[in-house]
Design a protein around this ligand. Structure first.
Ligand code: SF4
Ligand code: SF4
Length: 118
């Protein structure tokens, strides 16, 4: 959780950024690529989306084990560098980026593939 912005705070957020992992993905091109994306979506609490800035990404919706029951970081003073660098300028609460499309099912992937073939 970032606490270094004087105007924006983490108050009332519920630690959205500590409850998911996001990684870049290459745009799918081959049968194997699309099959891999279906494999990804075969797992619970995982979806694929296109970020207008970062491109294709996969999101794993899973809580950090260092969150306490009040959504506070239990290792805040020693938190990871990634957490330390994360700012409100890019955080999921304050950036209103529209992710389009969001893929959650095999059908979503098939539809994407059809739209890419047009
Ligand atoms: S998503 Fe933003 S407001 Fe919420 S805890 Fe993370 S940095 Fe703070
Ligand atoms: S280590 Fe702390 S700040 Fe980093 S994700 Fe976990 S709970 Fe959030």
């Amino acid at each position: 959780m970032a606490e270094n912005n004087t105007e924006k705070t983490c108050e009332g957020c519920g630690a959205k950024c500590c409850r998911e992992l996001n990684f870049d993905l290459e745009e799918p091109k081959t049968d194997e690529d699309f099959d891999s994306w279906k494999w990804i979506l075969s797992h619970n609490n995982v979806y694929i989306y296109k970020d207008p800035k970062a491109g294709w990404c996969v999101c794993f919706e899973t809580d950090c084990k260092f969150l306490d029951e009040k959504s506070k970081c239990m290792i805040y003073a020693k938190r990871h560098k990634l957490c330390e660098k994360y700012s409100h300028e890019e955080c999921v609460k304050y950036t209103k980026l529209k992710y389009e499309p969001v893929l959650r099912t095999f059908e979503d992937i098939d539809n994407l593939r059809k739209s890419m073939q047009k």
